[in-house]
Ligand binder design. Structure first.
Ligand code: ADP
Length: 161
């Protein structure tokens, strides 16, 4: 039986770091669901629909990757798609404490769901959606940091040619 794994996140917007994690998860798990979490406490640049559409476009080449959105608890979403694994990316030590807290809480909520971590590719360890947005906002070069479709969408948002 192929395991269903959820790759959750805000993806505001998707970066090459995220994409690398999704790609590697898709090599290990038979069925990968990218879950765009609608976190009301975060001020997002892209709507959930825009984020889903961008990730769908970029991941269309992977037959075992599906993109969905969820506004509830991650463990509830995982249960609803019968996923037994949550996959998260780890960049630096700074990610560790936050991830540890979330993982412990998710285990408290549902201990049948296991969280797996994939270490970032070195070239993406300093890459985040926030830093990409900051650079894009002021017209800085972001090609190589995000997929082409995301670069286009960011330029459109910030009205940069
Ligand atoms: P969240 O708001 O849930 O942290 P993000 O969109 O920031 O959502 O990140 C989603 C997942 O991708 C997280 O597991 C995060 O650690 C991971 N991630 C983010 N950027 C990178 C990167 N450059 N390399 C590897 N993993 C990353």
């Amino acid at each position: 039986m192929s395991k269903i794994a959820v790759v959750p996140g805000s993806f505001d917007p998707l970066t090459n770091g995220h994409l690398d994690i999704i790609k590697r998860a898709a090599r290990v798990f038979g069925d990968v669901r990218v879950a765009v979490m609608n976190n009301s406490s975060k001020n997002s640049l892209f709507t959930v629909e825009e984020r889903v559409a961008l990730i769908e476009e970029v991941t269309a080449i992977f037959p075992n990757v599906k993109v969905e959105s969820s506004s509830g608890l991650l463990v509830d979403y995982a249960k609803s798609v019968e996923a037994s694994v949550i996959v998260r990316g780890l960049r630096a030590v700074s990610d560790f404490e936050y991830e540890m807290q979330i993982t412990s809480m998710n285990r408290f909520l549902d201990e049948s769901i296991e969280t797996f971590f994939i270490m970032t590719n070195n070239q993406y360890s300093f890459l985040s959606s926030s830093i990409v947005k900051e650079v894009a906002k002021y017209g800085g070069e972001i090609s190589g940091l995000v997929p082409m479709q995301v670069e286009k969408a960011l330029k459109k948002k910030y009205q940069i040619r």
